[in-house]
Design a protein around this ligand. Structure first.
Ligand code: C2E
Ligand code: CA
Ligand code: CA
Length: 726
């Protein structure tokens, strides 16, 4: 409406200016021309009247008849040939001169006076046509001018106006588009807290239909509408309004989180606007809040099982310890699955993961609501619980339950799986009063439970700590020893009973500790196996034994012991081949001694490795035969070149009948299979005689020789060779 009237006003002004121009210019022109002409005619008439009166004065009364003379007189000054008419006092026409004039005609007359009396009148006329014609031309020109003025006054400003309004319109539309496509809700209120601008998202956020609000609506009314729509803040509208008033007072941008009735969270930002009022934006904060909560949860929980992780476990422990009543005790149970690694290695990680989840579920049933179960990593779980004195009764029953519940068979992805569990327990205040100590001691107890045969629980005892400390020291020393090469090999000869000559030599490792002197292998091999250091050490033994053996007579073989851990390492075949090649030793001169424990693990790949080694030319011996559970079945699983009967049977040969029976059975089996049999630990001549009579093919033991240094074995072998040659 406003723009229309503005347009009309501009049009009217333009029209007025144009019309005024078009009319006034020719009118003025005509008026001035008319005035000039009238003046001129009057002047001419006066001049003529003057001439005539002088003439009449001299010629007296008969002047009317002197037409020719009078005409001359009138024509005397006349250049334009005007039309002139002379009348006498009575109005009778005296004469008329000049041509007929085109109308319209303008006439002016004056009296002809002689001696104060009027004798007649003279009238001078002229045609107005030229003036009218000129005025017409001028009118045409001013019409053109008027049109130009109209254009200038109306059309151009309106065009500018239109353009400005158009631009304004586009800006408006863009603003509208921007507002309605905003992800945030937005509203602008004026100083009186009335709605000025809002967008679609704003209404959606509060579930208010667009038709229910209008510009100028007060915030209080809006809150009432939103309240009815059912999706307002959880707070009362009065409280919200009060908060708005407070915010008004300080005039700073405010950011706040508000809970909506439907459970969502809004983040609201109020910014003061110049001249009063607020611009508020509303953003759905629910996802963000949920994500934050999730991140918080993730930081404190194990992703696989959903159980608390080590961090949360420590927090709970801290809490339990600091809120402990006088009659309460905290106990920490560490547990770990027995042989879980086997499951992972043979059935794959997905099955392992599923098993861990199943374990976590079962564990939840073993404890009370207020106890915390956590997964500390891998197959390690821990429980912290608070109970009234005596805690042991409770912890023991929980440990027993856990072991029982976890060892029941699992069905995971079509596999039937059985795993056991070992538990270590530490209780306040005897086993520690802070979380580090409790956790460490529960862990030591767990270690003991595992070394004591697994599937059982152990309470922490002080000496476990001492043993663990000694072990830790040894481990540190062992690392240094591997790095610095503090090892040496001793060699023990093995005698062939058929020829009474040395046929092979077993390499036995020794640790020459800088402070403790020579340490026997049984004291550090298990630790080296546990820590994986046996791999590097075993390679060193292989290389040195082979390098040593090339210095011996050609028919003497060297026997090297291999640990089960070395078979788990994929490089075993390569390191054997390298050792042999580096030394320049014929592979046939190398014997590898393995125990049943090697065959216990990952049978398929172990057997493949053994076959590869054997195909390479290396001989494989079964060591410590008879100490395992199913030695005989293992003998059938791989074609061994030699069986070494364990020392324990030889020691008891003279005292126990069954020892003799076993030796007899093994030698008999060896004979029938074409495998040589070696008796270990032969210390007496009596033992030697018995073994010889039973058909044992080789013997090894202190009776023949203790393990010797490299130099010692070398000189012994060379002396033997010399004797044989002699
Ligand atoms: P083993 O393979 O059964 O080695 C024979 C052990 O019996 C050696 O003990 C040897 O000194 C001892 N022995 C030999 N004859 C007699 C005897 O007449 N009476 C008695 N009482 N003992 C005798 P050692 O050297 O202490 O080695 C112990 C074990 O350590 C070995 O048992 C072997 O299993 C392991 N071992 C030794 N060297 C290595 C090695 O280089 N690598 C690996 N993986 N294990 C090794
Ligand atoms: Ca051996
Ligand atoms: Ca042995």
């Amino acid at each position: 409406v406003k723009t229309l009237s503005l347009r009309a006003i501009v049009s009217i002004i333009g029209l007025l200016v144009a019309v005024t121009t078009a009319v006034s210019v020719p009118a003025g022109y005509f008026a001035v021309g008319y005035g000039n002409l009238a003046g001129l005619l009057t002047y001419k008439a006066k001049l003529d009247a003057d001439h005539l009166s002088k003439y009449i004065y001299t010629h007296d009364t008969l002047w009317q008849y002197q037409r020719v003379r009078l005409t001359d007189l009138l024509r005397q000054d006349d250049v334009d040939g005007d039309h002139k008419k002379v009348t006498d006092a009575s109005g009778g026409l005296v004469l008329e001169d000049g041509q007929e004039l085109a109308s319209p005609v303008l006439s002016r007359s004056v009296e002809i006076g002689v001696s104060g009396a009027s004798v007649g009148r003279i009238e001078v006329s002229s045609s107005l046509r030229p003036l009218v014609a000129e005025t017409g031309v001028v009118a045409m020109l001013s019409l053109l001018l008027g049109c130009a003025m109209f254009l200038a006054v109306r059309v151009l400003p309106l065009r500018v106006l239109d353009r400005t309004l158009g631009a304004l319109e586009t800006t408006n539309q863009r603003l509208d588009m921007a507002l309605s496509n905003m992800a945030q809700g937005l509203c602008l209120v004026d100083a009186q807290d009335r709605l000025v601008i809002w967008n679609r998202r704003f209404l959606e956020t509060f579930g208010v239909p667009p038709e229910m609000i209008a510009e100028g609506m007060s915030m209080a009314d809006f809150l009432a509408v939103a309240n009815r729509a059912g999706n307002l803040y959880q707070e009362e509208p009065e409280a919200v309004l009060a908060a708005r008033r407070l915010m008004r007072a300080d005039g700073e941008p405010t950011m706040l989180l508000r809970d909506l009735a439907d459970g969502r969270v809004l983040s609201v930002m109020h910014r003061p606007v110049r001249g009063g009022g607020w611009l508020s934006t509303f953003e759905d904060h629910t996802e963000r809040r949920d994500a934050e909560a999730k991140i918080l949860h993730m930081g404190l929980h194990d992703a696989l099982t959903g159980l608390p992780n080590r961090l949360l476990f420590r927090q709970r422990m801290e809490h339990a310890l600091s809120h402990l009543r006088r009659d309460e005790q905290v106990s920490v149970l560490c547990l770990d699955l027995d042989h879980f690694k086997n499951v992972n290695d043979t059935l794959g990680h997905p099955v392992g993961d599923a098993l861990l989840r199943a374990v976590a579920d079962r564990l939840k049933d073993c404890v009370r609501e207020q106890d915390t179960i956590a997964r500390l990593g891998g197959d390690e779980f821990a429980i912290v619980q608070v109970a009234v004195d005596p805690q042991h009764v409770h912890a023991t029953s929980v440990a027993n339950r856990i072991i029982e519940v976890l060892s029941a068979p699992y069905r995971v992805e079509g596999h039937q799986i059985v795993v056991g569990a070992s538990v270590g327990i530490a209780v306040t205040p005897t086993d520690g009063t802070d979380q580090d100590q409790l956790l460490k001691n529960a862990d030591l107890a767990l270690y003991r439970a595992k070394t004591d045969g697994r599937g059982t629980y152990r309470y922490f005892e002080q000496q476990m700590d001492a043993a663990a400390q000694a072990r830790r020291l040894l481990e540190i020393d062992l690392r240094a020893a591997v790095a610095e090469g503090q090892f040496e090999l001793h060699y023990q000869p093995i005698l062939d009973l058929g020829t009474d000559a040395v046929v092979s030599v077993e390499a036995l490792v020794r640790w020459n500790h800088p402070k403790r002197g020579m340490i026997p292998p049984l004291e550090f091999i298990p630790l080296a196996e546990e820590t994986g250091m046996i791999v590097a050490l075993g390679e060193w033994v292989l290389r040195n034994a082979c390098a040593e053996a090339v210095r011996w007579p050609q028919d003497i073989r060297v026997a090297v012991n291999l640990s089960p851990v070395q078979f788990k390492n994929r490089n075993l075949v390569a390191s054997v081949a390298n050792a042999v090649a580096a030394a320049g030793l014929a592979p046939q001169r190398l014997e590898l001694e393995i125990t049943e424990a090697v065959l216990l693990q990952e049978s398929a790949s172990t057997l493949a490795t053994l076959h590869t080694l054997r195909a390479f030319g290396v001989r494989i011996s079964m060591d410590d035969f008879g100490t395992g559970y199913s030695s005989l079945s293992y003998l059938r699983s791989f074609p061994f070149d030699k069986i070494k009967i364990d020392r324990s049977f030889i020691t008891e040969l003279a005292t126990r009948d069954d020892a003799m029976a076993i030796v007899r059975a093994v030698t008999g089996l060896g004979k029938s299979l074409g495998i040589s049999t070696t008796a270990e630990g032969v210390e007496t001549n009596e033992q030697l005689a018995l073994l010889r009579s039973e058909g044992c093919t080789e013997v090894q033991g202190y009776l023949l020789s203790r393990p010797l240094t490299a130099a010692g074995i070398e000189s012994m072998l060379i002396a033997n060779e010399g004797r044989a040659a002699a």
